[in-house]
Design a protein around this ligand. Sequence first.
Ligand code: P1T
Length: 383
Amino acid sequence: MSLPGFSTLAIHAGQKPDPTTGAVNVPIYATSTYVQEEIGVHKGYEYSRVSNPTRTPLEECLAALERGHSSHVFASGMAAIQAILMRLSAGDHVVCGSNVYGGTPRLFNQVLTRFGLRFSYADTRDLAMVEAAITPATKLVFVETPTNPLMELCDLRALAELTHRHDAELAVDNTFMSPYFQRPLELGADLVMHSTTKFLNGHSDGLGGVVVASTAKQAEDFRFLQKSVGAILSPFECFLILRGVKTLGVRMRQHDANGRRMAAFLAVHPKVKAIYYPGLPQHPQHELAKRQMSGFGAMITIETGSLERANQVLRAVRVCSLAESLGGVETLISHPASMTHAALGAEGRAKIGLTDGMVRLSVGIEDIEDLERDMDQALAAIK
Ligand code: P1T
């Protein structure tokens, strides 16, 4: 029997009508604990840090969407990344993409190095650079593709092969694409994570993170970390993501359609000095994008030329909102140098080519004509 389609899984996987009432939607089980009949006799739930009946359907659903063995949700995207790293031990080495969300190297360099983990950074567009960074102590390669905010890609199939040759695991932050457009486990990756705060939830009304495991051993490790560390997702946030993910397919199709239109509009705009969007034929990795992803998504970065010019645009937007984050139904526009990648410092940003003039768009699902008009008048504010 063939697997149900993506949206059928999004709406039904892990989610059965409530057996006691017939309620179509999974209720919010606002409970910290569960009554037991006698020692060790219960209905599968003992304490909500360990498991919760709103969380279980969400974890089953997200695992199905990423074609994983299981998934494990955490309090934020950062908590999910932390869980991946907590499977390692002091002395272990990690190769991380040189361009990832700024909070990721902040966690690695400013927190986890104090516990004896070691990190190197490599341009993951170039497999030779990744291989050169691998040491006998390397246990994990951690990447984003496309990257935040430079929209650089890495060849996941080739990178998985390389990583496995060195007896390490490949973890992919799939936040920008969502499983609708890219499924790294099918390309050989060992772990996938998301900030569910973004496209999976889709409505900018809750934080969360998920790790999708590909093996039973990994699953056991993540369940143990949920129970032992406790950075789990609340039943209310689980409900919001379950609700949001039902429309992931239709939202991503509209995000993608709007993203392509906006990119084509900005690509020829006289005030835009450069544009980074894998859906454009001039993107240096456009062919890889077509091969590896089934859509190009809604994330676009443009170069305005300077901090002042970026601010002129950001002050002028009316439909787009100047805010950190991405992946919601509303268009958000942000300034990576001062927001998401401030922690890198000027030197760190210069090293990866992230400039003060860059502005990042998360194109929402509003009417594209309104978004184009808004960007046109905002770009006109550049003196
Ligand atoms: O914010 P949180 O849910 O903890 O997720 C962190 C995170 C992880 N990975 C990627 C690719 C991300 O983009 C983020 C968070 N990013 C933003 C807030 C942003 O505006 O880019």
